[in-house]
Design a protein around this ligand. Structure first.
Ligand SMILES: Cc1cc2nc3c(=O)[nH]c(=O)nc-3n(C[C@H](O)[C@H](O)[C@H](O)COP(=O)(O)OP(=O)(O)OC[C@H]3O[C@@H](n4cnc5c(N)ncnc54)[C@H](O)[C@@H]3O)c2cc1C
Length: 606
């Protein structure tokens, strides 16, 4: 069967989201994944509100499926530091301890950050792909690329060579498409991690006070425990050399360790795995028809939960641009803005995740156990000349180093003045870790700077606080969330009224703006949309939130990022005309009407 103009290699969160969004824009795609089923071993669990907004745009049906598996918020609010899961905590962060703060965060989006294990999430995404008629989803199909063509190798059929217009490398951290294209990954390896996914119904039998995350400092083990739905857990710990038992004979290793760490013997191991914690970015996100998204383009430490979420954002940024090129005749160079816009954003996520990783040292430094020393040891163990030393020797050295580190935690168990002082010093630093777990400023506040956005008038949208999000319509920012009435009088999130093609201009004075539109930009798709707040008492608040006043306008593109705004009404029409002619008219010159019609039709149907 022939492939579509876009072939997406890898149906992880990034590739699946891209395919679903392309379908919303009326673009068919072929998605291949070498796996026949989704992975059992979970990785991501923090699904942020922006991701849910994007998935809502991609597939409301998917959102309904995810809502059904979202745990109640008061079961995923505790972050704990402890010596073992049953001991009194060294300290805790309760994410629900400030109800006002929670209410504020709820006001930023129709969705709230949630915790859904990737092992539950991915089957829902694959089901959405199966249900989407514009997605040709091929499971069990490996892909490799050679200059200009992609070879698809289904499990039970002969390989075929295809030359689609675009190939998307959504093939994950170890992207073979990226490697085949000779695109390097730059950035350090921070640690090697081993993990076990297990079921333990007796660990928190009544479910009360079950922490979402537990940092455990036990004399035999240091690591982190992540609580998943259905009494499932993931326990992770670093290791130094691939010859250590955790990597070589993982099931035995975990069967030996688990009873000591979790204190119960009734458990079943579901799977084990290893992964490399890095902070790395691909040298380029594009090479001709090959575009990199998700982990293929960037990898961060898990501390912050940005990996999957940023892959979904990559797809969101790229989908409407691919649609504009394929359906509306926009020049291929539009796709270059994908990297221009996304690279600084993901670089900031990488920086924050790395900061979070090393900031954990503030808690453990009094113990003499730090991620800094782990990083140094990891780098040392990877030095090339050590590869000449037999694995058995290296494993013994690595085990010895690991034991020396973890045994320092014994001091935490001492019931004397020094033990109490140590525990107190560690507890005092725990509140300072909040930024690691509450990053609303990055969740909603990431903004774009490129020729598609009017930064000439007000300058680029500057990075805000990590934890606090300040809604703004500064060009480049995500349009803030609010509720409005649509044409039929129904109250809906403002984001639902954003058009799939071209620009949407929101204003409280639609007639004036429609009449003022100059003929010179009539070929550029601009939909003037009336801002009708749900009640007269909310009118001022909505216009104030959008920072445009009674007569102004805010203009957004299909991914909901602001490209232009004015508070001064149609007197600013000349500025708007100049911006559109400069930035957007070149994208619409050869626009085929069919592109707009197809996307509009698809949006109406869904
Ligand atoms: C322990 C841990 C915790 C994490 N926690 C979070 C978190 O809380 N929140 C968060 O946002 N992120 C988190 N992450 C990161 C997150 O898991 C990844 O960023 C995310 O899975 C990347 O998605 P992706 O679609 O880019 O790639 P992947 O999920 O790796 O998907 C790639 C797909 O491509 C397929 N594939 C690969 N090569 C080929 C080929 N040649 N042909 C065909 N198919 C191919 C694979 O089978 C796979 O299905 C965590 C990661 C780890 C390890």
């Amino acid at each position: 069967m022939a492939t579509e103009a876009v072939v997406i290699v890898g149906a992880g969160a990034a590739g699946s989201t891209l395919a679903l969004l392309l379908a919303r824009y009326g673009i068919a795609s072929t998605v291949v994944d070498q796996r026949t089923d989704t992975r059992l071993h979970p990785a991501a669990h923090v699904v942020n509100a922006r991701t849910l907004e994007i998935w809502n745009q991609a597939s409301p049906r998917l959102i309904r499926a995810l809502e059904a598996m979202t745990p109640p918020i008061d079961t995923v609010n505790l972050i704990r530091w402890c010596t073992d899961v049953h001991a009194a905590p060294l300290g805790e962060i309760d994410l629900l301890s400030e109800p006002d703060r929670l209410a504020e965060v709820r006001g930023h989006s129709p969705f709230l950050i949630s915790h859904i294990g990737q092992h539950l999430l991915m089957p829902a995404l694959w089901e959405a792909l199966d249900d989407e008629e514009l997605v040709d989803f091929r499971r069990g199909c490996h892909a490799d690329v050679d200059t200009g063509s992609v070879t698809l190798r289904p499990l039970e059929a002969a390989p075929t060579a295809e030359s689609p217009r675009f190939v998307i490398a959504a093939d994950g951290a170890n992207s073979s498409l990226r490697d085949a294209a000779g695109i390097a990954m730059d950035g350090p390896i921070l640690a090697n991690m081993g993990s076990v996914f297990f079921h333990a119904p007796d660990l928190y039998p009544d479910g009360r006070d079950r922490p979402l995350l537990s940092w455990i400092y036990h004399p035999r083990f240091s690591g982190v425990l992540i609580a998943h739905a259905d009494d499932d857990y993931v326990l992770m710990t670093p290791y130094l050399h691939p010859a250590q038992a955790i990597a070589r004979d993982s099931e035995n290793y975990w069967n030996h360790q688990l009873p000591h760490v979790i204190g119960v013997t009734d458990y079943q191991i579901r799977s084990t795995g290893t992964w490399t914690m890095t902070s790395q970015m691909a040298a380029t996100f594009r090479q001709g028809p090959l575009l990199l998204i998700g982990d293929a383009a960037h990898r961060f430490p898990h501390t912050g939960g940005f990996g999957l979420n940023s892959g979904v954002q990559d797809a969101h940024n790229l989908a409407w641009k691919l649609a504009a090129v394929l359906h509306a005749g926009a020049p291929d160079s539009l796709l270059d803005t994908y990297e221009t816009e996304r690279r600084p954003v993901v670089a900031r996520f990488a920086e924050q995740s790395t900061t979070n990783h090393f900031k954990l040292d503030e808690v453990t430094a009094p113990l003499g156990v730090t991620n800094r020393s782990l990083h140094r040891a990891t780098e040392f163990m990877a030095t090339p000349w050590l590869s000449r030393i037999p694995d058995g020797v290296m494993a013994a050295v690595a085990d010895g180093l690991t034991r020396a580190q973890t045994s320092r935690t014994k001091r935490l168990l001492r019931d004397d003045a020094r033990g109490r002082s140590l525990r107190r010093r560690m507890a005092e630093t725990i509140p300072g870790q909040l930024e690691h777990f509450v990053a609303s400023g990055l969740e909603f506040g990431y903004a774009y700077d490129s020729p598609l956005v009017d930064t000439a008038t007000e300058g680029p949208c500057l990075d805000g606080d990590v934890s606090f999000y300040r809604p703004t319509t500064h060009p480049g920012a995500r349009l803030p969330h609010t509720l409005v009435r649509d044409d039929t009088g129904d109250v809906r999130p403002l984001h639902d009224l954003i058009h799939a093609v071209g620009m949407t201009l929101f204003t409280a004075q639609p007639q004036e703006w429609k009449m003022a539109m100059p003929h010179s930009i009539s070929k550029v798709p601009i939909t003037v949309t009336s801002l009708n707040p749900p009640g007269t008492d909310t009118r001022c608040a909505v216009l104030e939130l959008l920072e445009i006043g009674e007569y102004g306008a805010v203009v957004v593109r299909p991914d909901g990022h602001v490209v232009w705004r004015t508070p001064i009404g149609i007197d600013a029409i000349d500025q708007f005309e100049a911006f559109v002619l400069r930035a957007w008219a070149p994208l619409s010159k050869v626009r085929a009407e069919t592109g707009q019609n197809q996307a509009d039709r698809h949006q109406e149907q869904s």
